[in-house]
Design a protein around this ligand. Sequence first.
Ligand code: ZN
Length: 205
Amino acid sequence: MSSYAPPVQRLVTELSKLPGIGSRTAQRLAFHILRASGEDAAALAEAITEVKERIGLCEVCFNLTDETRCLLCQDPRRDHGLICVVEEPSDVIPMERMHEYGGVYHVLGGALSPIDGIDPEDLNIAELFARIAFPDGEGAVHEVVLATNPTTTGETTALHIAEELRLRAPGLTVTRLASGLPVGSDLEYADEVTLGKAFAGRRAV
Ligand SMILES: [Zn+2]
């Protein structure tokens, strides 16, 4: 039985749903928010509401954006013929942090996992094939880098896409990040040096 007033307990409960936040940390954060000014607490609540209301997915690459196309897809200085395929929008951040990648992205929205009922049609895979459908046209795609996570589901996804791309666009270069990333972990947690090496050492698949 909780000894907190119900509104405090509600805040602790909601905070403890966040990843990496145990009940102790949730309590500490709740008391921090209670001590904060009304203004700061309202700013936090508004920021949460605003991202949920205004942030959607880019119509081209499915990265997060508050416009129809994300800033990366809108940037004319980037190589739009080089597409890096990642599982989640959060995977774009470590790729950008290494400052070696000048192409664009394609966010799948997850990884293939037949056991969990996640099939190709549940991910943004058809949309990727549509992007490489005209290999000789203007703004043609010359390379697809498969940067799914070095996990079983990530590897399965990379293999599936590589096979399909070979059939659909035989002339297209398809590469996979070099091994060296911690196996079983998420790209999201890779440091930029390790990721930079994995990118530089990417190999054709
Ligand atoms: Zn985009």
